[in-house]
Design a protein around this ligand. Structure first.
Ligand code: ATR
Length: 276
């Protein structure tokens, strides 16, 4: 019987996960064995939905906004990463018991390693203090202790910084602090949707060109922030790279098989650029 994986969120229409995973099922010849669907699930419907998944023997659930935290209530086991990050984006149904994983942090960690960025003991900045920021903080902590969180709502930056044992600074201060950093990661939604003409970083004071900008926004494929950083000759990591690496890890959890990473990368790039 075909094993079903479902990505749930609200909204969900724009998710490219089903196409990316299903393409890889085809490429590996396991598309009779697995299918990946998308389902819009509202906040108030999540409990019932998860119960149904258990009885219908759904293989895996992928959670996106707004369910990554709420889903924790319904899980039987969680990984150490889920516990620390406080969110799960991947759930595997093993004999009726739901196991929660977080692959988002690897979406931050793996591209940094792949780009051979050396940030050991170097100062890194994170913009934002939401769910994506939590996964980013967890990932960067594995590489350096010198982390500063900037967030529009300062209280949220302070709370997150205290939890992870890092520093919080005022959002407005990033512009003057910019030369202190080796890497800055944007985890906010600034640069996408209605905010696509905005950038969360002003480079007016930039002198240090030894700075990498990682923007986790991947629609548009190149955000205003990425275009400006490239224009200044800075090293950049694009948002699709985070999407790719979280998907690679999720694929393995759902199927027990490794995807063809370079093909998955090409599929993501072409799909994102087609939709642009
Ligand atoms: P996610 O789970 O994707 O991180 P989230 O928890 O809603 O989403 O967090 C969104 C982040 O983007 C927050 O850090 C938010 O800042 P606030 O805490 O001040 O709300 C940030 N953000 C959203 N819109 C922003 C804007 N126009 N300017 C600056 N930061 C913004």
């Amino acid at each position: 019987m075909t094993k079903i994986n479902i990505i749930i969120g609200d909204p969900i229409e724009h998710s490219i996960s089903p196409q990316i995973h299903n393409l890889m099922y085809q490429k590996l010849g396991i598309d009779k064995e697995y299918v990946y669907l998308a389902k819009k699930v509202k906040n108030e419907d999540i409990e019932k939905f998860v119960e149904n998944c258990k009885t219908e023997n759904v293989n895996g659930l992928a959670c996106t906004v707004p369910h990554k935290v709420e889903i924790l209530k319904y899980l039987d086991e969680v990984s150490e990463e889920v516990e620390k990050i406080g969110a799960a984006n991947t759930v595997l149904n093993i004999n009726g018991k739901l196991h929660g994983y977080n692959t988002d942090w690897l979406g931050i960690y793996n591209p940094i390693v792949e780009h051979k960025l050396n940030i050991e003991n170097r100062k890194v900045g994170i913009i934002g203090a939401g769910g994506a920021s939590r996964a980013t903080c967890f990932a960067l902590k594995k590489l350096t202790d010198d982390i500063v969180i900037y967030n529009r709502t300062f209280d949220k930056a302070i709370n997150l910084a205290n939890e992870f044992g890092v520093e919080a600074r005022l959002y407005e201060d990033l512009e003057k602090d910019i030369n202190e950093y080796s890497l800055i990661v944007n985890t906010t939604s600034v640069g996408m949707g209605d905010l696509k003409d905005q950038s969360p970083i002003s480079f007016g004071n930039l002198q240090n060109k030894d700075l990498t900008i990682f923007d986790i926004v991947y629609t548009p494929f190149e955000t205003k922030l990425i275009k400006e950083a490239k224009g200044l000759g800075l090293n950049v990591i694009l948002g699709y790279e985070m999407f790719l690496h979280q998907a690679v890890e999720q694929f393995e959890i759902f199927t027990g098989k490794k995807p063809l990473v370079s093909e998955m990368r090409e599929d993501i790039i072409s799909l994102l650029n087609k939709d642009a």
